[in-house]
Ligand binder design. Structure first.
Ligand code: ADP
Length: 183
């Protein structure tokens, strides 16, 4: 029986240029905008994304979106159907054992929950940034490993076109290495 395998690809560039069903935003829990990917998505997507985010804050997420969770809004003027906003953990150096595992699990949860929501929305394609590796300071090598492993495990039909959009050469190289290592 033929089964479709997920196609995980790397793109060097700006996530707001992607044409996909879902663009994932590395948001902060306020959902009201920030720097990095978040700023770029709101700038390029226009005010309708922020308007949706404000509605979410006024309804289900009065205290903000918890770390590791994901919610969808319109994609506004972006070439996508939805933006899925997820809040990565701020990296805390020096954790060991269970605390370190719990921290990594929160980052994995961002990828897993975003894919689950995208599938619920009927998406076949999704573009991720390297969540938490900017202002939230997650080391790129480990962030790439968590991202690749989680997406591999979570990819199921119909969501089979999964892209990581990396903003600079260093991020691209780390994701390339993580894909090779994952085999
Ligand atoms: P976080 O707060 O989760 O760390 P950031 O937006 O600060 O989120 O950074 C996450 C990653 O996204 C970083 O590797 C950063 O270089 C990258 N990045 C920033 N702007 C863009 C963009 N327009 N497209 C894709 N990646 C971006």
């Amino acid at each position: 029986m033929a089964t479709s395998a997920p196609l995980i690809t790397l793109v060097r560039g700006d996530i707001t240029d992607q044409q996909v069903d879902v663009i994932v935003n590395a948001a902060n829990s306020s959902l009201l905008g920030g720097g990095g990917v978040d700023g770029a998505i709101h700038r390029r997507g226009g005010g309708s994304i922020l308007a949706d985010c404000r509605k979410l804050r006024a309804s289900h997420y009065g205290r903000g979106l918890p770390t590791g969770r994901a919610v969808a809004t319109t994609a506004g003027k972006l070439q996508a159907q939805y933006v899925v906003h997820t809040v990565g953990p701020v990296h805390q150096p020096g954790l060991t054992g269970e605390a370190e595992r719990a921290q990594s699990e929160l980052l994995a949860s961002c990828y897993r929950e975003s894919m689950r929501l995208a599938r619920e929305l009927g998406a076949t394609s999704i573009a991720f940034p390297a969540i938490s590796t900017g202002v939230y300071r997650w080391p790129l090598a480990d962030g790439a490993r968590v991202a690749v492993r989680t997406v591999r495990e979570a990819a199921q039909a119909p969501l089979l076109d999964v892209r990581f959009v990396l903003f600079d050469d260093a991020a691209y190289a780390h994701f390339e290495q993580a894909l090779v290592t994952a085999g």
